[in-house]
Design a protein around this ligand. Structure first.
Ligand code: SF4
Length: 317
């Protein structure tokens, strides 16, 4: 396996044709869910909340019916990159080099290659090479954003399990750091993103997620982080101050989502929200509205031929 590190990250955008509802880390957390077999999950994760907001029907398939939502190539490459960066940032600062990252990538690769979701992709050698390229490009993209040796790491992959307002909340914080080595320096919550950086219109939605992590860190440690950051690997950092107003707004949105889920579960009514994401929804084959949307988009030439859900149209015709 080669990680030559000479790739142009601007070419590497995990293009899923729209805003992804999933966060790699929280999907891993949700996969560990041990909820009762009948009934909704006993907590919200950012991933679950985001899925419900984008389409309640999809949320029902995933979290009530527990239908499989296997990670695709892009999500798995993102998980691979997360794992390498976790180990890298746990190392002493002076060891956080690209050479060390390559070694870690090689050692982590067998874990990825044996993941059932990866095996299910049935990639040929050329496709596997592309997968490794995607993963490595995301990893190397960290150096385009910061010098990892300068980061004062407090924790990596920290699970948070708390109650925000009246909502049971769980998530995984990719990285918690101090702004300098001084003990009284501010805390920063950072979340790695291997997908395409959102346009300004969608940034607030993404920042809501790290704001919730900041709230969860404060609830469990008693210390309010100063800032929350999204690290779009190879692209840009989107940062916001953690203010009482922003925390309140994010927690109010979480409360509203939790209440909406409660109502949907009580009434067993899960509205479909057809749109661009139907092209990447693993449940489109079981969703009448989704199939109609796909047909409409295909006729109008408004969906990429690579959209995986198009296979359901072929199966339905
Ligand atoms: S196909 Fe579209 S409308 Fe149907 S569940 Fe999936 S995202 Fe929602």
């Amino acid at each position: 396996m080669e990680f030559d590190g000479d790739l142009d990250t601007t070419e590497m955008l995990y293009d899923v044709g729209g805003e992804r509802p999933h966060d790699e880390a929280d999907v891993r957390l949700d996969d560990q869910l041990t909820a009762p077999p009948l009934g909704p999950p006993p907590y919200l994760s950012p991933s679950s909340a985001s899925t419900f907001r984008s389409c309640a029907r999809r949320w029902k398939f995933r979290y009530i019916d527990r239908l499989a939502d296997p990670a695709g190539e892009a999500a798995l490459a993102g998980t691979f990159a997360h794992r390498v960066l976790e180990i890298l940032m746990d190392a002493p600062a002076s060891e956080r080099t690209t050479d060390r990252a390559r070694e870690i990538a090689r050692s982590v690769w067998p874990e990825t290659e044996s993941d059932p979701d990866f095996v299910a992709l049935a990639l040929n050698d050329v496709q596997k090479h592309r997968f490794r390229w995607l993963g490595w490009t995301a990893i190397e993209g960290l150096w385009r954003l910061e010098n990892p040796e300068d980061i004062t790491v407090v924790a990596t992959e920290q699970k948070v399990d708390t109650v925000l307002g009246d909502v049971p909340f769980r998530g995984i914080v990719d990285r918690l750091e101090r702004e300098s080595a001084r003990a009284d320096a501010g805390l920063v919550v950072s979340d790695y993103k291997s997908g395409r950086a959102p346009s300004p219109r969608f940034q607030q939605d993404r920042l809501d997620q790290v704001m919730l992590y900041a709230a969860a860190v404060e609830a469990s440690s008693g210390e309010r982080p100063r800032a929350a950051r999204l690290l779009y690997l190879g692209q840009c950092i989107i940062e916001t101050e953690v203010t009482p107003e922003l925390l309140d707004a994010s927690m109010a949105a979480l409360h509203d989502t939790w209440s909406s889920i409660d109502q949907a579960v009580s009434s067993t009514t899960y509205e479909a929200s057809p749109g661009p994401l139907c092209g990447w929804c693993p449940y489109a084959g079981q969703c009448e509205e989704g199939l109609a949307e796909l047909e409409l988009r295909r006729s109008a030439g408004r969906i990429r031929s690579s959209a995986p859900s198009l296979r359901f149209l072929a199966a339905a015709s």
